[in-house]
Design a protein around this ligand. Structure first.
Ligand code: AMP
Ligand code: MG
Length: 427
């Protein structure tokens, strides 16, 4: 049974919808969101960025044989002289894909290439650059350049047969595609993609291509949302701009909820506008209106829309362009990843020196937009991108990270360390 919103709220200590700390809002949402169940099989190349639906157990040892990690000579460690150099006649050659098949007599070596199967009985490889080969085919190994077992890759050292190579919930990365290929696996089971519908609300919004009437602004939120959602790898359904008109809004919410797993809106949840949104929501589902102790992004609506059993999650974000992005990263991103079946991976946080003092009231989380750079001594430094108004989208565009000033934190002095979530990631 899915718990009701009141049941979830009762699990959150000191729940107050009118002054909700960010951490509590995140906990609430984590308890609220359902996970996709539908699984599909994909060719491994098509599975990049998708969420693994079942553990992948290795059907083979990788590598399947002990093999050489270097070009050089394979030998028995016990044949190495206790002191001084060792001289070993060369009994043959082993190449990658063309192994030395014979028996190696005691006291002999085999010329071997990287990746070639270790000849039976030999356990050590001396790299070629340490050796000299006499005209009569005897290799000279100086003292102290190898110990028994060196430069040999063991059977199964990468992946052992029967062990989970990848665990369900993992978002597949380039290395994982290669790993699946190394198991000889052509296909992989992943969860279906989430489908996310979104629209902007506001009579003052104009779409690109329309004339910008007096007092109007172009709708930018649908574009930032499009970008953020695309990066998460969900299927998108852009429902355009919807006017602040109860019938139009109700129709848009109904269509969105019927066609998607999650609905994201911007605007219409601030104090001045929430009233008519509330009336519509009361008819369409179960929705809470929160005031979150954060800046930017105080107002937000959260809940479920649509008939029981076929509900879509609703994330009603504030309208201000920076607030949309900050609330998306603070709440929606993790929620959509969880809904996709992914096991959350913590986002790396940098500790950086604040170049200037920052004013901050305890009792709310602030997300300031910053530019992180590395000083000559290697320390990370951060400076704020000018005016931080929640309507100033340039502050977000210029930034390469968000400075997170935590709930209990007060003013920051120049030179203090602060937490920064960088926007960049390697993989
Ligand atoms: P609201 O939350 O609807 O009261 O909107 C707050 C502020 O954000 C107002 O200045 C709106 O004009 C602006 N805003 C709302 N939606 C958008 C949008 N889609 N694109 C750009 N600005 C917006
Ligand atoms: Mg509005």
């Amino acid at each position: 049974m899915t718990p009701s919103l009141e049941q979830i709220a009762s699990c959150i200590t000191g729940y107050d919808p009118n002054a909700l700390p960010v951490a509590q809002a995140q906990e609430f949402i984590a308890r609220l969101v359902p996970r996709v169940r539908t699984v599909e099989k994909l060719p491994i190349r098509a599975a990049l960025g998708r969420v693994l639906a079942a553990d992948v157990v290795s059907p083979i040892d990788v590598p399947t044989h002990d093999n050489s990690a270097m070009d050089g000579y394979a030998l028995r460690g016990m044949d190495l002289a206790a002191e001084g150099p060792t001289a070993l006649p060369v009994a043959g050659v082993g190449l990658a894909g063309q192994q030395f098949a014979g028996l190696v007599p005691p006291g002999h070596a085999v010329r071997i290439m990287t990746g070639a199967v270790m000849p039976a009985g030999l356990d050590t490889v001396v790299p070629q650059e340490f050796t000299t080969l006499d005209a009569d085919g005897v290799v000279q190994v100086p003292a102290g350049v190898v110990r028994t077992g060196d430069n040999r890759r063991l059977r199964g050292e990468d992946l052992a047969r029967g062990e989970p190579a990848l665990v369900a919930g993992r978002t597949l990365r380039p290395a994982d595609l290669g790993l699946l290929a190394s198991l000889g696996q052509a296909e992989v089971a992943v969860f279906r993609r989430l489908r996310v519908a979104f629209f902007s609300t506001g009579d003052e919004l104009r779409s690109i291509g329309e004339p910008l009437d007096e007092g109007c602004v172009y709708d930018s939120n649908r574009y930032t949302l499009h970008g953020m959602l695309q990066r998460l790898g969900v299927d998108l359904l852009d429902l355009g701009v919807v006017r602040d008109d109860p019938a139009a809004l109700e129709a848009a919410f109904t269509e969105a909820a019927a066609s998607a797993d999650a609905v994201i809106t911007s605007g219409g949840v601030s104090v001045g506008e929430a009233d008519h949104t509330k009336q519509i929501m009361a008819r369409l589902g179960e929705v809470l209106f929160w005031k979150i102790a954060m800046r930017p992004g105080r107002p937000m609506a959260i809940g479920r829309l649509g008939p029981p059993g076929r509900e879509a999650m609703l994330f009603g974000l504030p309208g201000n362009p920076v607030a949309v992005m900050v609330t998306f990263y603070a709440f929606v991103r993790d929620a959509l990843l969880a809904m996709s079946g992914a096991t959350p991976e913590p986002v790396p946080v940098l500790r950086a020196v604040s170049e200037a003092g920052l004013r901050k009231k305890p009792g709310r989380t602030e997300y300031q937009r910053g530019i992180v750079s590395q000083a000559a001594d290697g320390r990370w430094m951060v400076r704020i991108t000018g005016a931080q108004g929640s309507g100033i989208l340039r502050s977000m565009s210029e930034a390469n990270g968000m400075v997170v000033l935590h709930h209990g934190q007060g003013h920051v002095a120049a030179g203090d360390l602060v937490d920064v979530i960088p926007f960049h990631g390697l993989v």
